[in-house]
Design a protein around this ligand. Structure first.
Ligand code: SF4
Ligand code: SF4
Ligand code: SF4
Length: 346
């Protein structure tokens, strides 16, 4: 199996080198700090059993800054750190589509005094990486910044390195999409890789878009709190309603994402659960194929019309059943206490 390292000697210490210098908003780093299953603190403070010691380097969260922060990155680029996991956040620009200048960079080259582009960092680091994670939809598939007409020509990491690219441990690029990521989705994926490093997990199962299958194998709809309303043909006509919001533009029936079931932070929230339409942010076709966001998705016109006819009839029948179930059985009344007059109405 690609990426299976169960037979390799266990890794006892590993660096995580996180670059936020793609085209993005750093929202995935911010989101990740809300994770609880596990939290970033659980990982770096040694709170999880069996995993290697983790040296975590993220420009937002590190105490070091400037050249001091970049020391580990330069060392790793020269092959001086082994092993390390490279995390890339932000869309990868095309630095070859113009005559001069650059789209994105991190730090300055001491020899030339010129900015080191994000692409140069990826070119230098990826060949030495034990594993690579693309975090957020910008880094995985291009995201918002790769919308049609964007002059940067930016793309996701698999389009930059190649979809069949493999790390030094023979692990494919691992994509954790979301705009931003659901916090625990990222931390759980990182933890899985750390268990592989420790020789305690098999190859990571990924789908054709390189997403962990256990996180992205189901649709939003399949885990949504409002699914019962959909089935009964009860659709909201305006925001603020507890009913299914497919007519307001929810793409949940076809989008692979687990936040309907998992919630957002500590099990709370999750877009449609709290009234926000799903706009498909975990999907490679996001955002172009989901726009305009506030329109009812094309396929849902048919399915919601069919569900409306069937669902409303079922709902009406269920109201009869529900009314009956809301009454105590007749044999519990009066016989036990003949003079009572306050029994539940039949
Ligand atoms: Fe920001 Fe979304 Fe891009 Fe992450 S995927 S960097 S949250 S725009
Ligand atoms: Fe499905 Fe969206 Fe309706 Fe939830 S709100 S039941 S995800 S269509
Ligand atoms: Fe993105 Fe939809 Fe999942 Fe919300 S429910 S995080 S909009 S894919």
């Amino acid at each position: 199996m690609a990426g299976s390292t169960l037979s390799a000697p266990p890794i006892t210490e590993i660096d995580v080198l996180w670059i936020t210098a793609g085209l993005g908003c750093d929202g995935d780093t911010i989101a990740m700090t809300a994770a609880t299953q596990p939290s970033i603190e659980d990982i770096v403070m040694g709170g999880m059993p069996w995993i290697p010691k983790v040296n975590f380097h993220n420009p937002f969260l590190s105490l070091e800054n400037g050249d001091e922060f970049l020391q580990r990155f330069h060392l790793a680029a020269g092959g001086g750190i082994d092993p390390f996991i490279l995390v890339v956040e932000g869309s990868i620009p095309n630095e070859k589509n113009k005559q001069g200048g650059y789209w994105a960079s991190l730090g300055t080259d001491a020899a030339t005094g010129q900015p080191i582009t994000t692409c140069e960092w990826i070119d230098r680091l990826a060949p030495h990486a034990w594993a690579v994670i693309a975090v957020g939809t910008c880094a995985t598939y291009g995201g918002i910044h790769a919308m049609e007409g964007n002059p940067t020509g930016c793309m996701g990491l698999p389009d930059y390195l190649g979809w069949n690219w493999r790390s030094t441990a023979n692990i494919p690029i691992v994509c954790v999409p979301g705009c931003p990521i659901q916090p625990d989705n990222f931390m759980e994926t990182l933890l899985y890789l750390l268990y592989i490093a420790a020789g305690r997990a098999p190859a990571i199962p990924l789908d054709e878009a390189l997403r962990p299958t256990w996180l992205f194998g189901s649709t939003v709809h399949e885990g949504c709190d409002r699914g019962g309303y959909y089935e009964q043909g009860q659709f909201a006509e305006e925001y603020g309603s507890p009913l299914c919001i497919v007519k307001l533009g929810c793409w949940g029936p076809v989008v692979q994402c687990n936040v309907g079931k998992r919630g957002w932070m500590g099990g709370i929230g999750g877009c449609p659960n709290v009234g926000g339409i799903c706009i498909g942010c975990t999907m490679p076709g996001f955002p172009d194929k989901f726009m305009p966001f506030m329109n009812q998705p094309p396929g849902s016109l048919l399915s919601s019309a069919a569900v409306q006819t069937y669902g409303r009839a079922i709902h009406a029948l269920r109201r009869f059943t529900q009314a009956s179930l809301n009454k105590v059985p007749s044999w519990r009344r009066q016989q036990a206490i003949p003079n009572r007059t306050d029994s539940h109405p039949s």
